[in-house]
Write a protein that binds this ligand. Sequence first.
Ligand code: BTN
Length: 244
Amino acid sequence: MQIVGHNIIWLDEISSTNDYCIELCKNGLATEGLVVAVYSQVHGKGQRGNNWASEEGKNLTFSICLFSKLDVEKQFILNKIVSLSVCDFLNGLDIKAQIKWPNDILVDNKKICGILIENSIQGKEIGYSVIGIGLNVNQKQFNEPKATSIFNILNKEIELKEALNTYLKSLEYFYFLLQSRQFEKIEKEYYSLLYGYKKKGEFEDDKGSFTGVIEGLDKFGALIVHSDARKKSVYQLKEIKIHY
Ligand code: BTN
C-alpha cells in the first residue's frame, strides 16, 4: 500500500505548506504520507529563517507529513532520505544532482531545490515531521545567480502534478529503506552524492572563510570538516556555510 502521497491536497494559494501541515498534524488531522502542494505560496519559509520565493504556478512547493517514530538522535536520517529522493527523481530526468549539506540539492553548482524539515519531538521520539520541499521546475529567471530549474537544464517544461506524483514514488522508496532500517544503504548513497565529500573546499564559520575537507557526518548529522586553519572540526547546522 502506498504511504507517501496516498492523499494529495492541491491548493491555489496559502502562506506556507509547512505551516499548513504543522497545523494539521497538531490538530490530529494529518495522516501518514499526506501531501499538501500549492501553486502560489505567499510566505514560503526557508532554512535559517530565510524566505523561500517561488514564481506562482511554475514550481513545486509542497510538504509531506510523516510519523516515522524515529529516535530523536536519528532525526538527521530524514534529511538524508529526502535529499536522496530528490536526487533520484532528478536522475530519472537524466539530471545529475548532488546534495549540499545539510540538504540543498545542486545541479552544476547551482541550487535547484531547498528542503525544510520541521520535527516535533515527543519524549525520545519524533512525534511528527513536516518535510517541506521547494523544487524549481519551470521557472526561467531567478534573482539569485546560483539558482537553477529543471527548465533551465532540459529546456522543456514539465507538468507539475505529474512531476509531483513521480517524485513521491522516489520518496516512498527511500522512506521504505528507512522504515526497514537499511541504514547502511542510505549512508552509502548519501555519501556518493554529497557535495565536496573528501575534497578540498571553501567554508565559512563565525571567524571567516577557510579551506577544508568534508570528512563525513557524525551520527547526529553534524558536518565534520578537517582544516589546518581551525581546531574545531564538528559543525552544527547554523555554524558553517559551504561555499559552492
Ligand atoms: C531552503 O531554504 O533551502 C529551504 C526551502 C524550503 C522551501 C519549501 S517550499 C514548500 C515548503 N513550505 C515552506 O514554507 N517551505 C518549504
